[in-house]
Design a protein around this ligand. Structure first.
Ligand code: PEP
Ligand code: MG
Length: 576
């Protein structure tokens, strides 16, 4: 019998394909008895798993000690290596296998729970938190024991794609699926502006998240339909339903091809104001999509995707090649490249070993860059060198303090001095801008305006930090509201202040690519919208129908409202 499950629509489109379940290793451990004659083999299995994980961790440590990754990661790797050698964990698990004649993974999980309980009793908060390392090290071991060779699903031969179904996917996992004929993503958790959702959109893969326990309801290889536009999945559809969705999918394709006619039309409002529609990209692989939308430039290049999902960091040469490729592909057009925004849900490989109580409030974005000046300067040198090939500007994420800006600018100067001494070319007048993503920044714009050449509002984080809503937590996603009056005031204030001081302002969060907000942002005075390239033509269609003279006073009235239902109604009326 077909049935439907409802979740959150995060990446549009329709996918029809077969389920591939991604394991959540610790939840999958079964208990079984091992016959006495096989106990030695079971102990060998455990020893081999320990040796494999030791090898993985030593490999990770080699990266960290070569100065290529965050030094604190090295400390956590050491800690996990120590745990692997700790009799409390491994010897005790060996003892359980022998005494209770049980399988190795079950013994490990039993012992892990025992050790974690002991950590919980510790008063010192730092030591207490080390329980997470115990869990991570056991998870690594269990994955090896269960024989999970990573997450890559097999390619299918029947023409239908694979739908990846997981408890959660990190942005790095999602990127890892890029070349594997994945038709759709479905997860138990996640929110629409989580980085995983953003990656799914950039890969143009329909995705529905926040489907609570969906993995328990689906069978490996089962046929399902993912409707990434409505946020539903249809399990075990009959032929009639599959046909209906095939039809709907081709209708969507027709809609898209109609929009394609706008490709070469200049984006201008009815009263003649030209609007820049820029693209958000994650790397040179997105350039074909940028070209096919005929974007006016790149408004956000999220360079962290060059750094995550791999064991070693990209060196200056590799980065320079990637940045130069993008700049050269956009002759005469401006290319805004953001310094790496790693941390929180975009952890570097191995960095997940660092336990942070509040990752989104921790060492992320510019904070991470300034904590790793060597890694940051390598990137700045690569960016400066790429600036010799076109209109490149650098943008720094998540700024909140004047000293952060000053330190970044000092590091840029240092990189410039080095390049001059080495006779390497760069654009002497390169513009450095910053992202407004933290309410504190939006409320103290003077110090940004005095130091920077442009601003870009990252609404995804600005909303997260203004409303104290984790953007990747589906449990609170209903409270993630771009139209909250506090959010609107911060966005409108930033746009107006930028205009007053002649500083260019753009919006590069997901709001810029959502047609529901186009008129609202235009009415606030926004002239630079940066979005996923796949949204550009739809937003252009909205711009072409907009009349600024009519919108501006209406939006001023909306900004005075503080009743959410009235705001939503008024915003919807703007687009009608
Ligand atoms: C944002 O926060 O709106 C933004 C564009 O940055 P990211 O989504 O990469 O955090
Ligand atoms: Mg952000």
């Amino acid at each position: 019998m077909p049935f439907t499950l409802h979740g959150l629509a995060v990446s549009q489109g329709i996918a029809i394909g077969h389920v591939h379940l991604i394991s959540h290793a610790l939840l999958e451990v079964n208990h079984y008895h091992v016959a006495p004659k096989y106990l030695e083999d079971e102990l060998d299995r455990l020893d081999e798993a320990v040796a494999t994980v030791q090898g993985e961790l030593i490999g990770l440590k080699a990266v960290t000690t070569s100065g290529q990754a965050h030094s604190e990661v090295g400390a956590f790797v050491d800690l996990q290596l120590m745990m692997l050698a700790d009799p409390m964990l491994i010897d005790a698990a060996r003892q359980l296998i022998t005494e209770r004649r049980c399988n190795a993974e079950w013994a490990l999980v039993q012992q892990m729970e025992h050790v974690v309980e002991q950590f919980r009793q510790i008063e010192d908060p730092y030591l207490r938190e080390r329980q997470a390392d115990v869990v991570q090290v056991v998870e690594r071991l269990v994955k090896v024991l269960l024989g999970h060779p990573g997450h890559l699903p097999p390619r299918r031969r029947d023409g239908l794609g694979t739908i990846v179904v997981a408890h959660d996917l990190s942005p790095a996992d999602t990127i890892g699926f890029r070349d594997h004929n994945i038709a759709g993503f479905v997860t138990d958790v996640g929110g629409p502006t989580s980085h995983t959702a953003i990656v799914a959109r950039s890969l143009k893969i329909p995705a529905v998240v926040g489907l609570h326990h969906v993995r328990d309801l689906l069978e490996e290889d089962e046929l399902i339909i993912v409707d990434g536009t409505r946020g539903v999945i249809i399990v075990a559809p009959d032929d009639e339903i599959v046909e209906e969705y095939r039809l709907r999918r081709s209708e969507l394709e027709i809609e898209r091809s109609k929009l394609n006619r706008l490709r070469d039309t200049r984006a201008a409002t009815l009263d003649g104001e030209e609007i820049n529609l820029l693209a958000n990209i994650e790397g040179p692989k997105d350039l074909p999509a940028v070209k096919s939308a005929n974007a006016d430039g790149i408004g956000l290049y999220r360079t962290e995707f060059l750094f995550i999902g791999r064991d070693t960091l990209p060196d200056e040469e590799e980065q320079y090649e990637a940045y130069r490729a993008v700049v050269k592909a956009m002759p005469g057009k401006s290319v805004t490249i953001r310094s790496f925004d790693v941390g929180a849900d975009k952890a570097l490989n191995g960095a997940q070993a660092r336990v942070e109580p509040n990752p989104a409030l921790g060492l992320r974005a510019v904070r991470y860059s300034l904590a790793e000046p060597k890694m940051f300067k390598t990137q700045l040198r690569a960016l400066l060198r790429a600036s010799a090939h076109g209109k490149l500007q650098v943008m720094v994420p998540m700024l909140a303090h004047a000293q952060e800006i000053d330190q970044c600018l000092a590091l840029v100067e240092k990189a410039k001095v080095e390049l001059r001494a080495e006779k390497l070319k760069f654009d002497e007048g390169i513009r450095i801008g910053g992202m407004i993503e933290v309410p504190a920044a939006a409320l103290s714009l003077g110090m940004f305006i005095r130091r920077l050449a442009f601003l870009s509002i990252g609404t995804n984080d600005l909303i997260q930090y203004t409303l104290a809503i984790d953007r990747s937590d589906e449990a609170v996603v209903h409270l993630y509201d771009p139209l909250h009056p506090a959010v609107l005031k911060l966005i409108a204030g930033t746009i107006a202040t930028g205009a007053r001081f002649g500083l260019p302002v753009s919006v590069c969060g997901e709001m810029a690519g959502d047609p529901l907000y186009t008129e609202l942002l235009l009415g606030m005075g926004l002239r630079n919208f940066s979005m996923h390239p796949g949204n550009i033509l739809e937003i252009k269609q909205q711009v072409l129908r907009a009349d600024l003279g009519d919108l501006a006073p209406k939006v001023q009235r909306i900004l005075k409202m503080d009743e959410p239902a009235r705001i939503r109604e008024a915003v919807e009326r703007l687009t009608a």
